[in-house]
Structure formats: structure tokens, C-alpha cells
Design a protein around this ligand. Structure first.
Ligand code: PEP
Length: 246
């Protein structure tokens, strides 16, 4: 049985005042059957962890460096994230792969660093529109999975998120058949690579998940939750998505 996870990626959005959303979710957990994670930008992590402490909401980061310390101006390491109380870190988001040239090998190193620091990496993979239109989506995501999953994993220490790049922030989503096909292939590859652990690693879908389409996506086999961008910025949008994850 896979854990269910509703994870919100705030990207470069949010102020201290916006963390009041944690209080709303903590006081009225919309669905005790699933884990709720919010990933605010790094400057809000300490405050978010302090605010989340009394309830079920957990706090994650959006990126980490693969080294523990060093001369990497502007970066933040996995042990630093663990030090402030983060539980998860997103690695390999397409905005990092595209904007900062992160390769599968970089993502694998970051995921391994996260695990070594006691964090659970949420490892993102996904094809571009050109790759999907060329019929290469499955090959691309399978290669990304093979190239970026680190060596030692348990169901508690790895989450994989399928995020088609063309669906992120666009309001477009793949068909239900396309999502189901990708998730079935990813599940099979995870089992091949990790044995019984691969059967229990949570598999999230991400890309324009909204209150109106969440239930349909969550009804698909091998979809164990969502990585949500825009619709995770307010409790009004995020709560119904969490509720739909039954
Ligand atoms: C994301 O940033 O990972 C994401 C899925 O964004 P959105 O939900 O806004 O498409």
C-alpha cells in the first residue's frame, strides 16, 4: 500500500503572512488519510516549520545542493534543510532542469544527499511537449527515472513525481489514459529497479492539478497523490485537492 501525499510547491511565491495557510490546514485537516506537505521558498522554511509543529502539515524545500557545505554562494544543502526541520525536498523539478541545466546525474546526487541527511526527495521527471508529440514521452521519462533515482531507497525515503513539462502552469493536462499509462510504466520500472520497495514508493502526478480535475486524476491506478503548484498557494484551492485524495 502506498502512502498518499498532497504536496504543494510554492515556487518563488509567498510571504510570512501567507504561512497562515498552515494554521488553516492544521486546524481542519481536510483528509486525515493523506499526508500534506507544503514547500515554501527557503526564506520561509524556519517559520513554516515552527507554525506547522502542532499539526499534521509537514514542510519541505524546493531544491538542495549535493554537497553538505562549501563555497556555493546562494545555495542551501540538505543537512541545512534538515537542521531547520524540513522533512522533504523537491529535486529535479523541470524549472531547475531547464533553467539551471540540472542533469539526471545532478538530480541523483541531490536525491542521495537528501536521503543521507534524513530528508525524503520528491524526484521530478517529465517530458516536453516536443518529446510527447514525437512519441518519445515514455522513453524520456524512463531514462530520467533510471538516471536519477539514487542507490538506497525505501518507501519512506523516496517519492517520484511525474510532471509533464507542458502541463506545468498551463492549465493543460494529459488525458487520463496518458497519465495512467505513464504511471503504470513508472511503477513497473520502480519494481524492476527496487523490488518490493518499488511497489510502495509514492508516485505523484503534477501539472495543472486543480480542484476540478483532482478527483479524476486520483482515481487512476498508481497515482498516489499530487505535486501542486499554483493551486497550493491558498487553502481555498488546496483543501479540495487534499479532500479528493481519498
Ligand atoms: C509544479 O510546479 O510542480 C506544478 C505542477 O505547477 P502547477 O500545478 O501550477 O502546474
Amino acid at each position: 500500500m502506498q502512502r498518499k501525499l498532497a504536496a504543494g510547491n510554492w515556487k518563488m511565491n509567498g510571504t510570512v503572512a501567507d504561512l497562515s495557510m498552515i494554521d488553516s490546514l492544521n486546524s481542519a485537516h481536510p483528509n486525515p488519510g493523506c499526508e500534506i506537505l507544503l514547500c515554501p521558498p527557503a526564506h520561509l522554511l524556519s517559520q513554516a516549520v515552527a507554525q506547522a509543529r502542532t499539526g499534521p502539515v509537514r514542510i519541505g524545500a524546493q531544491n538542495c545542493h549535493s554537497a553538505d557545505t562549501g563555497a556555493y554562494t546562494g545555495d542551501i544543502s540538505a543537512p541545512m534543510l534538515a537542521d531547520v526541520g524540513a522533512s522533504h525536498v523537491i529535486v529535479g523539478h523541470s524549472e531547475r532542469r531547464e533553467g539551471y541545466g540540472e542533469t539526471d546525474a545532478d538530480v541523483k546526487d541531490k536525491a542521495a544527499a537528501a536521503q543521507a541527511a534524513g530528508l525524503t526527495p520528491i524526484l521530478c521527471i517529465g517530458e516536453s511537449l516536443e518529446q510527447r508529440e514525437a512519441g518519445a514521452a515514455l522513453d524520456v521519462i524512463r531514462a530520467q527515472l533510471a538516471g536519477s533515482v539514487p542507490g538506497n531507497n525505501t518507501a519512506e525515503t523516496l517519492v517520484v513525481a511525474y510532471e509533464p513539462i507542458w502541463a506545468i502552469g498551463t492549465g493543460k493536462i494529459p488525458t487520463m489514459e496518458e497519465i495512467a499509462q505513464v504511471h503504470a510504466v513508472l511503477r513497473a520500472d520502480l519494481i524492476d529497479a527496487l523490488g518490493t520497495t518499488g511497489a510502495t514508493v509514492p508516485l505523484l502526478y503534477g501539472g495543472s492539478v486543480k480542484p476540478g480535475n483532482a478527483a479524476g486524476i486520483f482515481a487512476l491506478d498508481h497515482v498516489n497523490g499530487a505535486l501542486v503548484g499554483g493551486a497550493s498557494l491558498t487553502a481555498q484551492d488546496f483543501s479540495p485537492i487534499i479532500e479528493a485524495l481519498s
